[in-house]
Write a protein that binds this ligand. Structure first.
Ligand code: PLP
Length: 376
């Protein structure tokens, strides 16, 4: 009996090995007689779990020593407020600039407006002609040369993988080359975190809710250069002030202990796979096969410009949308779960995070080709 393939955008599939290890350790972690859920967060067992999680994450991503790793709560949505509350005080201008390329960056931008003078640096919210292709709004990414960044902005914010639209932006700019050397780049990397390396020379702060690619819902990883810390606005809740979180090794208050533990197991699983670089190679291969299959068919359509197609989230449409309900019912019956697209975009979406092997992607492709033969 094999498990079905789960294409959920998040919370999403975790490696089976991780789930089995968590199950085996559920009632008695390493012979201590307690579940991880029952431990004091300040006891030596949990401190070991937390310290190993941070050390493994630092090793996997090559996090530089002058960056803090923080395990926070509230998801990426809370960071939409926590980032401006912590960073707007940095420059004295109270300004920040946002690049808009889909639903998540729009939400970040909207929330930040509550805290300062927030502007749009660039937006893909209109149709564009790119490389001879007619692109709809939110199916492409504004090139960094087109960003209008105010020189006195406290930061510029991007979402590097728009989970809903399936737009991925990986060529993070050198801000000095954009004439904004003093403006740090802040990145919501939630849905491709740990799927590819991160160039910390380009980003001063990267945050990611764990439930897409790094663990269960409930913990948000924030990796911030130290000079981003210590500028919180007076209104910032103490539990969300990076100064307090960093100074207390994410233990200013009770951290989400079980979520940190599971994320730590995922980090160890990634190390066993050969690290982030090995997973990146696998992710490239998976996405290449899926998009090649979509492009090779008139029956299915992928609308994102090939340059920015997400390796993690592939939205696609049936040319005949009256077949959507059949597609979903038949795919589910074939053991391919949660392929329905986000309601704001419609159609289908296959999320193929680290835990989805090539075998699962091929099962989807085979199903899609079979469905096309029967209904095309
Ligand atoms: C899922 C997601 C969010 C929101 O995460 P929550 O945990 O629901 O707050 C924000 N940004 C991106 C890119 C996401 O994929």
């Amino acid at each position: 009996m094999t498990r079905p393939w789960n294409f959920s955008a998040g919370p999403s599939a975790l490696p089976l090995e991780v789930l089995e290890q968590a199950a085996a350790e559920m009632t008695d972690w390493h012979g201590c007689g307690m579940s991880v859920m029952e431990m004091s967060h300040r006891g030596k067992q949990f401190m070991q779990i937390r310290d190993e999680a941070e050390a493994d994450l630092r090793e996997l991503l090559g996090v530089p020593d002058d960056y803090e790793v923080m395990f926070m709560q509230g998801g990426a949505t809370a960071e939409n407020a926590i980032v401006p509350m912590n960073l707007l005080g940095r420059a004295g201008s109270g300004r920040a600039d946002y690049v808009l390329a889909g639903i998540w960056s729009n939400k970040s931008h909207k929330e930040a407006q509550r805290y300062g003078d927030i502007a749009v640096a660039a937006s893909s919210g209109e149709a564009a002609q790119i490389d001879g292709r007619q692109q709809q709004a939110w199916t492409w990414f504004p090139e960094p040369q087109t960003w209008r960044v105010r020189a006195d902005a406290a930061y510029v914010h991007v979402c590097s993988n728009e989970t809903i639209g399936g737009v991925e932006f990986a060529d993070w700019p050198d801000m000095a080359a954009l004439g904004a050397a003093d403006v740090p780049l802040v990145v919501d990397a939630s849905s491709h975190f740990l799927s590819r390396p991160i160039d910390f020379s380009k980003a001063a702060l990267v945050y990611a809710g764990a439930q897409k690619n790094a663990g269960p819902a409930g913990v948000t990883v924030v990796i911030a250069r130290r000079d981003m810390i210590g500028h919180a606005l007076p209104m910032c809740p103490s539990a969300f002030d990076y100064t307090n979180v960093a100074k207390n090794q994410s233990m200013f208050n009770t951290p989400p202990t079980y979520a940190i533990y599971i994320a730590g197991l995922v980090f160890k699983w990634i190390k066993r796979q050969g690290g982030v670089q090995a997973l990146e190679r696998a992710n490239i291969a998976k996405a290449a096969e899926l998009y090649a299959s979509l492009d090779g068919s008139q029956f299915y359509r992928a609308l994102v410009h090939p340059r920015w197609r997400s390796r993690m989230n592939a939205p696609f449409f049936l040319a005949d949308e009256s077949l959507n309900a059949d597609f979903l019912a038949e795919s589910q019956a074939a053991g391919l779960l949660q392929l329905k697209g986000h309601k704001s975009v419609g159609g289908m979406r296959a999320s193929i995070y680290n835990a989805m092997p090539l075998e699962g992607v091929r099962a989807l492709i085979n199903f899609m080709q079979d469905f096309e033969r029967r209904h095309g």
